[in-house]
Design a protein around this ligand. Structure first.
Ligand SMILES: [Zn+2]
Length: 269
């Protein structure tokens, strides 16, 4: 998971979302805001809806590869995901910064799972609502789940490029941030799905091969335009986290440091 680029909506689209949100916010009772907030979202979140078409267009520009999911970077993103679940946070149903494009296999299990560090006690608190319990606001607190719209997941996570291709909490984190990393990895099942782990290992090979090709082309005197094309193709690949980690960890892995020594400009691609 990488931090997604901060792309703006058209003013008209932003205004529309804000108006829809104000309608929900004007409902006095929380449980009504929850129940009545969901139906306009289902109603408007349709391919033919002009506002949501623009929402989806901009979310698409944030995706890697051929519209890959912002969480797993592997499957096609086809669901407008609320990072903060709309069942718990009706005040965020139409909030632009709460949206990203995700795939079903990520969005499904995450569903309404959510946890916070309680504002009262500071403790990790699961605020997911069980069935047949009163619909009351979740305990206040800062979210545990890392939000790639607002923060850099790689400040919290690192990817093991040498052996397992598992995500791990970044070294040196404080207790809460370590918990955030573990929680995000688990809720999104980033290590539990074998096909994701295998795809990250394959992406590592593909990125390495593309960088080698670039170096060979450069030594053969291929023109700038062709080289630029190769760089852009690499930047459009899925699993961008693998590439970011290759840049970050290149001095620690001899086969990578050798390649980056030959093309030091690749550090900033
Ligand atoms: Zn996904």
């Amino acid at each position: 998971m990488i931090q997604l680029p901060d792309l703006p909506l058209l003013t008209t689209t932003q205004d529309k979302l804000e108006r829809w949100q104000q309608t929900i916010d004007s409902i006095t009772v929380y449980s009504d805001r929850v129940s009545k907030g969901k139906s306009p979202f289902s109603l408007y979140n349709k391919p033919r809806n002009h506002t949501f078409k623009q929402v989806r267009d901009v979310l698409t520009k944030m995706c890697s590869g051929a519209r890959r999911c912002a969480y797993c970077e592997d499957s096609v993103a086809d669901e407008v995901e609320h990072v903060k679940p709309k069942d718990l946070y009706p005040e965020s149903v139409f909030v632009w910064e709460n949206y990203l494009y995700a795939c079903g296999p990520c969005n499904g299990p995450k569903n309404n799972q959510f946890s916070v560090f309680s504002s009262l006690t500071g403790d990790f608190t699961n605020v997911a609502r069980g069935r047949s319990v009163p619909i009351v606001p979740p305990e206040a607190g800062n979210p545990v789940l890392i939000n790639p719209r607002l923060e850099n997941p790689l400040d919290f996570l690192q990817l093991d490029l040498v052996d397992t291709f598992y995500f791990l909490p970044h070294y040196g984190l404080n207790t809460n941030n370590h918990k955030r990393a573990e929680y995000t990895i688990n809720i999104l099942r980033l290590n539990d799905r074998d096909y994701l782990v295998a795809a990250r290992a394959e992406a590592f090979d593909s990125y390495r091969a593309r960088l080698s090709e670039y170096i060979s082309s450069q030594s053969l005197g291929v023109g700038e335009a062709q080289l630029d094309k190769r760089v852009k193709a690499l930047q459009r690949m899925q699993h961008p986290t693998v590439w970011r980690e290759m840049q970050r960890q290149q001095t620690l892995i001899p086969e990578l440091s050798d390649l980056f020594d030959q093309a030091p400009e690749a550090i900033s691609w």
